[in-house]
Design a protein around this ligand. Structure first.
Ligand SMILES: [Zn+2]
Length: 469
């Protein structure tokens, strides 16, 4: 029998047993014994670890890797403190537990570094750490701060299913090859400001529960945010997207800032985004060109710029106009209709701002009132019916005034009222009015013929828009 963990982690050199668990009879070496059963103090233990790393050959052969997998580090450890341990051989830290702060500040891993399934109970410092080989942090858990400020990863990196409970810092980090954060959970604020992703990278199904910032980050190749959840907002302000970025079915529960991003035309794919998420995206007429909305079937009534930045109606008008143009180029007529309505609404709000008392005396208001800017055929039909009713009411009034009120129904007069109403409709062929009603009657007929004619045209126009779209 020897150390059960040395056996489990396939250490090539099983270590001497220092502790036996009386409950199950399992034996442990100094590296694998629980923190309080190591029989040595933290300093002596750390020296043993440093010695093991120092003695390991700098070889790429897997059998010669420095195996520290499953080790329990009982106290603070600083690998970067001494220059001797600055340059690491291939190291396997998989399944290790760091019970206190662990610092790899300024360390250089000349080869690979494996930290899969590791537990960092204290702060994890990888500040300015350089890792030249494959780097694995899959399924690791960081309970406190994870600091990768200015870290440089020269090869592929895996942070899949990694959990970050504390603050996560990847500011100025450089990923020369692909990095994968699939299924990772960021439970506290995360900072990827000015990070550089030089190859295709992946955040698919990652969950950001607190604010996340990619301000000024550079995405040189494709970046995947499919099904990623941004629960408390994300900031992509001034980020550079040199290739495609996919946000398919992403969830934006907080605001997503795309202002001043640099990207190619249609390079940010926002596919199947729900209405609530769409209402949280911050962009202007400039960024519209970079974003391709597809399969977004339900939209909020107002986009973020209009809903929150209520003073700048001109900016919103420009944004809606551009969205309308894009929708028209894609022959997406229902969206053309929607953006057209919002665009005109913004123009009307600007009139209201300039003329708070007289804004209703504008052609635009009349256009909205009579037909919802040519988009609402129901409204246009309603107004048309009201005009006919008004013509009927006025004709009735004329009939009553000209002959006086009588409780007996005069069917001739009733017939005349209907005839008079019909005269208000343009192009109706009726015999000339023989009565002597004067110029006002003919003025009334002419005005109503004009109004009803225009309104009928607006109704036809709105109806055509409805069925064409
Ligand atoms: Zn052991």
């Amino acid at each position: 029998m020897g150390c059960c963990k040395c056996e489990e982690h396939e250490w090539p050199d099983p270590q001497d047993v220092v502790y036996t668990d009386e409950a199950d009879g399992k034996e442990y070496c100094v590296f694998h014994a629980p923190g309080d059963k190591k029989i040595v103090d933290v300093e002596t233990f750390n020296k043993k670890v440093f010695k093991r790393i120092e003695d390991a050959p700098h070889s790429s052969s897997k059998e010669l890797w420095c195996n520290l997998s499953g080790t329990i580090f009982p106290g603070k450890i600083d690998f970067g403190k001494s220059r001797i341990f600055r340059y690491f051989p291939n190291c396997n830290f998989s399944g290790t537990s760091f019970c206190d702060d662990a610092s790899f500040k300024f360390c250089v891993f000349e080869h690979s570094a494996l930290f899969s399934n590791s537990l960092f109970f204290g702060d994890a410092e990888f500040n300015s750490t350089h890792i030249h080989g494959i780097c694995l942090f899959s399924e690791a858990i960081f309970f406190e701060k994870a600091d990768f400020f200015r870290a440089h990863f020269y090869s592929n990196v895996l942070f899949s299913k990694t959990t970050f409970h504390g603050m996560t810092i990847f500011t100025f980090a450089v990923f020369d090859k692909g990095v994968h954060y699939t299924f990772s959970c960021f439970n506290y604020t995360s900072d990827f400001n000015l990070a550089k992703f030089m190859e295709a990278s992946d955040f698919e199904k990652a969950n950001f529960y607190e604010t996340i910032s990619f301000k000024g980050s550079k995405f040189a190749k494709e970046i995947n945010f499919k099904n990623t959840k941004f629960i408390n907002g994300a900031d992509f302000n001034k980020a550079d997207f040199f290739s495609k970025a996919s946000f398919s079915q992403a969830v934006f529960s907080g605001t997503i800032n795309f202002l001043e991003i640099n990207a190619g035309i249609d390079s940010l794919l926002l596919h199947q985004i729900d209405s609530f998420s769409l209402s949280n995206i911050i962009f202007t007429s400039i960024e519209v060109d970079y974003i391709l909305f597809s399969g977004c079937y339900t939209w909020p009534d107002k986009l973020y710029t209009e809903a929150t930045n209520s003073q700048d109606y001109y900016a919103s008008e420009k944004m809606y106009r551009k969205l309308k143009r894009i929708a028209a180029s894609e022959h997406d007529q229902p969206m053309v209709s929607m953006w057209h309505f919002r665009e005109k609404e913004m123009a009307l709000k600007q009139i209201k701002e300039k003329r708070p008392k007289w804004w209703r005396f504008s052609w635009l208001w009349l256009y909205r009132f009579s037909s919802g800017y040519g988009e609402d055929y129901r409204c246009a039909f309603r107004i048309l019916m009201w005009l006919l009713l008004a013509a009927f009411a006025i004709s009735s009034l004329i009939a009553i005034i000209s002959t006086g009120f009588s409780p007996r129904i005069d069917w001739d007069k009733v017939g005349w009222v209907f005839e008079s109403t019909l005269r208000c409709i343009p192009l109706t062929k009726l015999p000339t009015e023989n009565g002597n009603l004067g110029v006002w009657y003919y003025a009334f007929i002419s005005v109503f013929q004009l109004l009803i004619g225009i309104q009928a045209a607006l109704f036809a126009f709105a109806l055509r828009n409805k069925f064409r779209r």
